[in-house]
Write a protein that binds this ligand. Structure first.
Ligand SMILES: [Fe+2]
Length: 967
């Protein structure tokens, strides 16, 4: 047995675990290759792996030790279904390393017949068993990016078991097994040696339910999924279940092409300089892609295919010229259907390595969504070359696509490639423009309304979020179906229940009036980003005049505010951006203070101690301190006033400014300055999905005059825009880094975080920040080996420069965005801030909205009576005698309906969401980058398990955090 280290380059380390994404049917399930170095050593010792060094010839490998059948898991075999191979078949379509085809000898048409039942699965070395559970053939086959399996007709659910076995086949190997013959061809490239990397794969492939002919079959598919899930969970098989996140979700690109392109290698043609290019076109699948919520189904299927009567052309650009020049695809009416792969063989010229292609349609006005295009060619030296072009775009007329390997601009050696990359960027700059909002004092934005956004920023037609439509549907047809007089006030708190005709009543209904729930609003709900720790010296905001006398009897014996602050048990709220804002007629607001304490002597609950309603000096006549000792409902009213302020601080700043609007310019400028082949573009892309779309829709439907927020808020449009502007006055991009955000509110001290155990948000933010930042660093360091690489990257530097210029300066003159980058770490930090803000920070805050603000008494969006002490009028405590007396401040029926509907709408996931660590569009093609993505997913999964295990604060579950801000 050789030195294991000799295999290091071909034995994939854990960091290169291969991901097997879910298929387009989210009911589908895939198996993951899970292995570790330890496992590798064990298996190698057991003779499962060829132990020869990677440099061994294929002949050597063929003669190496064969794995014994006994070494294969009996448990695996036990689960191999019995089926007749005479009715079944297998097609392996292998592109990297080895290419093999196993065909049913007697009926070649068999495969065409079942081609539409193909399933995709990424794996590694696979071994297929026949009907009796014996190996179907002796060769083990490298499957790098796709294995397409056709199940026997009697088993359309196609439950197969695979495991690793045997040596790699060599070029020209042929054989016959049962009814199958097979022939293997090999590219002989270095990457072909990767066949050794997997140890075991057991996979269940389940036909998407749309192929089911009957309910019975659908039930069978579901059953098989469950069977496989339990096998994985109980350890019977070595695999990993990727759970369906949504049962009717968007199309997910299943076959992630992984290719390590060796640029500069020669591509040799025949004596005439000709080459046959195999072009595989993968059309996107939006058939299952519907945006719908429980209140409105907006999904109307828009085909992603081109029209039957239009022609499609392709041009291939190579280092030495044009390989195919506007060649028409010989398509038929069956070509380019949704979710379909179409393969064409096109004769062209040898032009060396391909770096770009142009797709062209003959007719405008009907868009076509293309996932990716794979071009391969076997040259005269029998060397297989392959180029992957990630498209992931709607195509109206023409689309130029760069080859998928990520490259910095300074790495380009072909002048034509440089020129075409520049031209593509120039084109993008015309489509994506920045509009500075200097006058309004709010963040720069995309310079167009929703309808004028580039097509790829818009949801598929009629599948987007339409606030106007949703609002009318929700408010007009459901919530208010039993409310006849919109402008009337409610009579009792129970009347609010009438709003919840078709949507769930938030659980805070039972607890909203308690001090414990008031605390939970800050530790467990959406308002987590507003809580502040009182400094160790007890310093409070200057205008907050609470004293020990005010809280007498509320602290343990002998304790004072100073001693409690020193023990880090005091917290507070303040809302400086809400002071003195214009309000709508008959609606009121104020900027209160609130002091809270962790009840350390009992249950660690966060309890409010004292509230001052106005941001002006304390005055016992017009601006007194309220406490729980106050009579009747005075204390409850004071808490409601704080909740009102807290809701708008959350909505305008924590949510809209810091995750939506403040991040928008990065999306725009990324398209303007970074080529789609730039690694930072590829890194950022999944984090930008529909960001411009939701912000553009939101500007009109939420923030505009007559929009949802004006319907709900106490403030005028100018009032709530001023909350954003005041926040933006002081904000810099670096402030959005979680350590900085937490430090700004006093939570950088671990003792403070430990003192408030229910505040999981703080530690979870730091842990998720670490996960996101490490992923960003992982990717960045793949492409930048030194700070000089950063300095020399003209695209990246122009990205920084334009963002620096667009974001302008804070009110006190600090730049909001760096003007340039000098180091790798600066790039990592800045990119990670964006990725975190639009995924974790947004997701954690956004989707708890309904629970927090959906029940009006817990967070009234408008205050309908003057706040006590308004206009410095005397405050008379004890005038109210019963709880219902504070109904005078509660929103009327109309406002209530809009508030509930608004927060219900905003807290909905859309079917377009991809969740943290999950990549539906595979814009990276290098195995190194895919390995980084796998590590990211693994880290997210590990964190997910940790959060689930503790059973509290599940808003930070990665499976609940969309990768982008899209709602
Ligand atoms: Fe949002």
């Amino acid at each position: 047995m050789s030195d294991p280290s000799a295999d290091a380059d071909i034995l994939s380390p854990p960091s290169e675990r291969v991901d097997i994404p879910a298929t387009s049917s989210t009911l589908a399930l895939a198996a993951d290759v899970v292995f570790s170095e330890k496992k590798e050593a064990e298996e190698r010792a057991a003779g499962l792996l060829d132990s020869r060094p990677s440099g061994a010839s294929s002949e050597d490998r063929r003669s190496s030790t064969q794995p014994s059948q006994s070494a294969l898991s009996e448990a695996m075999l036990a689960h191999v279904p019995k089926h007749s191979s005479s009715t079944g078949g297998l097609v392996l379509d292998l592109n990297l390393g080895y290419e093999g085809t196993v065909q049913r000898k007697s009926d070649a048409r068999f495969f065409a017949k079942f081609r539409d039942r193909f399933l995709s699965l990424r794996g590694s070395i696979l071994y297929m068993y026949d009907a009796e559970g014996a190996p179907a053939h002796e060769a083990c086959i490298q499957v790098d990016n796709r294995i397409q399996v056709v199940g026997p007709t009697s088993h359309k659910s196609g439950f197969f078991a695979f495991t690793v076995s045997g040596p790699a086949p060599a070029t020209g190997d042929t054989g016959t097994t049962g009814n199958f013959t097979w022939k293997l061809r090999t590219a002989g490239s270095a990457s072909g040696e990767k066949w050794l990397k997997a140890l075991s794969v057991v996979g269940a492939v389940v036909t998407p339910p749309e192929y089911a002919a009957s309910d019975e079959e659908r039930a069978d598919y579901k059953k098989r999924l469950e069977e496989y899930s339990s096998m994985v969970q109980d350890g019977t098989v070595h695999g990993h279940v990727i759970p369906p996140l949504r049962t009717d979700g968007p199309a997910v690109s299943t076959a992630h092409d992984e290719v390590d392109v060796a640029h500069g290698t020669s591509v040799s043609g025949d004596s005439t300089g000709k080459l046959t290019y195999k072009v595989q076109v993968f059309t996107g699948n939006f058939g299952q892609y519907k945006i719908h919520t429980s209140f409105a189904d907006l999904g109307r299927h828009e085909p992603a295919s081109p029209k039957d009567d239009e022609d499609i052309f392709i041009t291939l650009h190579g280092a030495q010229g044009v390989g195919l020049k506007k060649v028409r695809f010989p398509k038929t009416k069956k070509s380019f259907h949704e979710g379909q792969e179409d393969t064409f063989k096109l004769d062209g010229d040898v032009v060396g390595e391909l770096y770009g292609l142009t797709l062209e349609k003959s007719k405008p006005g009907h868009t076509w969504y293309v996932d990716r295009i794979v071009v391969s060619a076997e040259d005269s030296a029998n060397v297989m070359h392959k180029w992957v072009f990630p498209v992931y775009s709607w195509i109206d007329m023409i689309k130029y696509v760069l080859e998928g390997s990520a490259r910095l601009p300074q790495q380009l050696t072909v002048a034509a490639e440089r020129n075409e990359r520049s031209a593509a960027l120039e084109h993008k700059r015309k489509a994506y423009r920045v509009h500075k909002e200097t006058e309004a004092g709010i963040p720069p934005r995309v310079d167009s309304g929703y309808a004028d956004l580039p097509i790829n920023e818009q949801w598929p037609k009629d599948k987007g979020v339409d606030f106007q439509h949703d609002r009318n549907t929700l408010v007009g047809n459901t919530l208010l179906s039993k409310v006849s007089t919109m402008m009337n006030k409610w009579d009792t708190f129970d009347d609010f229940d009438k709003l919840f005709v078709k949507i769930p009543l938030p659980s805070v209904k039972k607890t909203w009036h308690t001090d414990e729930q008031f605390g939970k609003n800050r530790t467990q709900m959406s308002s987590v980003a507003n809580l502040r720790a009182v400094p160790v010296d007890g310093t409070l905001p200057e205008l907050f005049g609470v004293t020990d006398a005010d809280v007498e009897g509320q602290l343990p014996a002998g304790a004072t505010l100073a001693s409690e602050a020193a023990a880090r048990r005091l917290f507070y709220l303040e809302f400086p951006y809400l002071a003195d804002l214009p309000t709508q007629e008959g609606r009121y607001s104020c900027s209160p203070f609130c002091l809270l304490r962790v009840r350390a002597e009992s249950d660690s609950a966060l309890i409010p101690l004292a509230i001052q309603l106005h941001r002006r000096p304390r005055d016992d006549s017009t601006n007194p301190i309220f406490t729980a000792a106050d009579p009747g409902p005075d204390w409850l009213l004071a808490k409601s006033v704080v909740n009102h302020a807290d809701m708008w601080q959350f909505q305008m700043n924590s949510h809209l400014l810091y995750t939506h609007l403040g991040m928008e310019a990065v999306v725009v400028v990324t398209h303007r300055r970074l080529s789609e082949a730039h690694p930072i573009f590829k890194l950022l892309k999944p984090f930008t999905k529909y960001h411009l779309g939701i912000n553009s829709v939101g500007r009109l439907g939420l923030l505009g005059s007559g929009g949802l927020i004006e319907q709900v808020a106490s403030f005028t449009v100018n009032g709530f825009i001023a909350i954003i502007a005041r926040g933006y006055d002081e904000w810099t991009f670096a402030d959005a880094a979680p350590p900085k955000m937490l430090a700004d509110r006093g939570f950088d001290d671990p003792d403070v975080r430990a003192a408030i155990p229910d505040y999981y948000y703080a530690n979870d933010s730091l842990e998720l920040w670490k996960i996101v930042r490490e992923y960003v660093q992982d990717i960045v360091k793949l492409y930048y080996s030194s700070d000089k690489d950063v300095a020399d990257d003209t695209e990246l530097q122009s990205w920084a420069a334009e963002l620096h210029e667009s974001y302008e300066h804070t009110k006190d003159g600090r730049p909001r965005f760096p003007a340039s980058f000098a180091t790798i770490d600066e790039v990592v930090e800045t990119v990670a801030i964006f990725c975190f803000a639009v995924s974790v920070q947004h997701g954690v805050l956004n989707f708890a909205q309904y629970d927090t603000f959906g029940y009006i008494p817990n967070s009234p969006g408008s205050l309908m009576s003057p706040v006590p002490g308004h206009d410095e009028t005397p405050v008379e405590k004890g005038k109210m005698s019963k709880l219902e007396d504070i109904m005078a401040w509660m929103p009327n029926k109309s406002i209530s309906a809009f508030q509930v509907g608004n927060h219900y709408l905003l807290a909905q996931y859309t079917d377009a969401d991809q969740f943290l660590g999950t990549f539906g569009e595979q814009v990276f093609v290098e195995s190194t980058a895919l390995g980084a993505q796998k590590r990211f997913k693994d880290a997210c999964d590990a964190f997910e398990e940790k959060v689930k295990a503790r059973g509290a604060w599940d808003h930070s579950l990665p499976s609940k955090i969309p990768m982008s801000t899209a709602i």
